[in-house]
Each structure stands twice: as C-alpha cells, then as structure tokens.
Design a protein around this ligand. Structure first.
Ligand SMILES: C[S@@+](CC[C@H](N)C(=O)[O-])C[C@H]1O[C@@H](n2cnc3c(N)ncnc32)[C@H](O)[C@@H]1O
Length: 219
C-alpha cells in the first residue's frame, strides 16, 4: 500500500484509530483501489523480482512469489467500522473547502514523503494546519529530493525551520536509531528500500526519524 502519509484521529469509542491516508499518483491510487477491493488477507499473488535479473542468487529467488494484502485497509483496527479513509489528490490541497473541525488530527505520519515536496514549506504548513494544538507529527524517511524540489533543506535546516513554525522536537527511544546531529532530536535508522532481502546487493537509506509536537508558538 503506497500512501505517503497518514493522519490519525483518536477514536476512543472504537478502541482504535480513525485513519485518513492520501496519495497523489493515479498509478498508486489504481493499485490502492485494487487492494482495497480484496476481501481476504494474502489472497493475491505477484512476482516482484521476475524481471529483475541483476544480483539474483538463484532462479528460485527470481521466481519468488509474494502474497498480499498483509493487512486489509477496510478492517485494519479489527472493528466493523471502516478504519481507513483514503483521499486521492495533492496533500497540500486535499482539505480545501472542508471545515477545520473535519480536518484536524491528533497525529500526522509522513513516511518516505517529505522529500517529494516541490515546496517543502507548503508541506510543513499543511502538516501544522492539519494538527490539533498539541498534536504529534511523526516522520520517517530520507532526504533524497529525487524530484528536484525548489527547496532542498538539510536536516539541521529542516529542524530549525520547523521549530520556527512552532514544532517542538521530542525525545525518542534510542532503539529508533542514533541521534544524527549533536543537540538535535532526529535519529537516523537504516531502512532498506525496494529490494529483496535475498538480493546480492543492498540499497538502504539512513532514514530520519523524529517526533514533534505542535505548540501554540510559531508562525
Ligand atoms: C517515496 S514514495 C513513499 C510511499 C510509501 N509511504 C512508502 O513508504 O512506500 C512517496 C509517495 O508520495 C506520493 N506523492 C508525491 N507528492 C505528493 C503530493 N503532493 N500529494 C500526495 N502524494 C504525493 C508519490 O506519488 C509517492 O507514492
């Protein structure tokens, strides 16, 4: 499932979370719609390595099937209430026209996402606007900037800018990685991305993890 980030609203009466996810790419959304329509776990099979000739240890690895979905979006929190609302479209404008009461969340999770921004500032502002006061932003991902955005901030600049916007970076568990910079609270953790664990090559990011709280300070 390829949703770049998810919003969580605590729904204590449901004993879980109400989740809103978002994805802009039509290709990803077609795949999401397909997965969403599946009603049984591990009911579909595909062969992700079949055309990937490099770095194979054996033909069996090349032909290895993978079953999905591992989790059904429609009942991810084991409740009969649909737990995931998926919104197709651009992150920065997905809530345009809706009243703030419907677009404020307890938690925003950005997963391998912030470096896709054309304009990083608009992502940070959208995350901030989407959170209730005291709400939490959790990030995990690299600073790849693969789509050549206007602004390509380094980690220390991101932290400084976000503190200026009113985010307080919180202490996190050392098991989430080592602190990347002295005096800053982001942690680096090695995350393999898009590869078979049996491949003869490895591609991994030192993805940055942080947890930040929205304060009333800032712009
Ligand atoms: C690197 S992928 C990460 C996807 C997923 N979270 C994961 O970890 O596998 C980034 C995703 O963000 C999506 N994306 C890029 N810009 C976006 C935008 N403005 N609004 C919503 N989604 C966007 C891309 O289409 C892509 O699917």
């Amino acid at each position: 499932m390829n949703a770049p980030f998810v919003y969580y609203s605590l729904a204590l009466d449901l004993g879980g979370f109400e989740v809103t996810s978002n994805e802009w790419s039509s290709f990803m959304n077609i795949a999401y719609r397909y997965v969403e329509a599946l009603s049984n776990r591990n009911s579909a099979t595909f062969f992700p390595f079949i055309d990937w000739w490099s770095h194979q240890a054996s033909t069996a690895d090349l032909l290895r099937p993978v079953q999905f979905p591992d989790v059904l979006p429609s009942n991810a929190n084991m409740s009969s209430h649909p737990s995931v609302l998926h919104i197709e479209g651009d992150f920065t404008s997905m809530h345009h026209g809706l009243p703030p009461s419907e677009t404020k969340y307890d938690i925003v999770v950005t997963l391998f996402f912030i470096d896709t921004a054309r304009n990083l500032m608009s992502y940070f502002e959208t995350i901030r606007k989407s959170l209730k006061d005291g709400g939490t932003w959790i990030n995990l991902g690299p600073l790849l900037y693969g789509s050549a955005p206007f602004l390509q901030l380094s980690l220390d600049e991101i932290i400084d800018v976000c503190e200026g916007l009113g985010f307080e970076f919180l202490d996190t568990d050392p098991k989430c990685g080592e602190l990347t910079l002295n005096g800053k609270k982001a942690r680096g953790t090695t995350v393999p991305y898009g590869l078979s664990e049996r491949s003869l090559s490895k591609n991994a990011y030192k993805a940055q993890f942080w947890v930040a709280r929205k304060t009333k300070n800032g712009v």
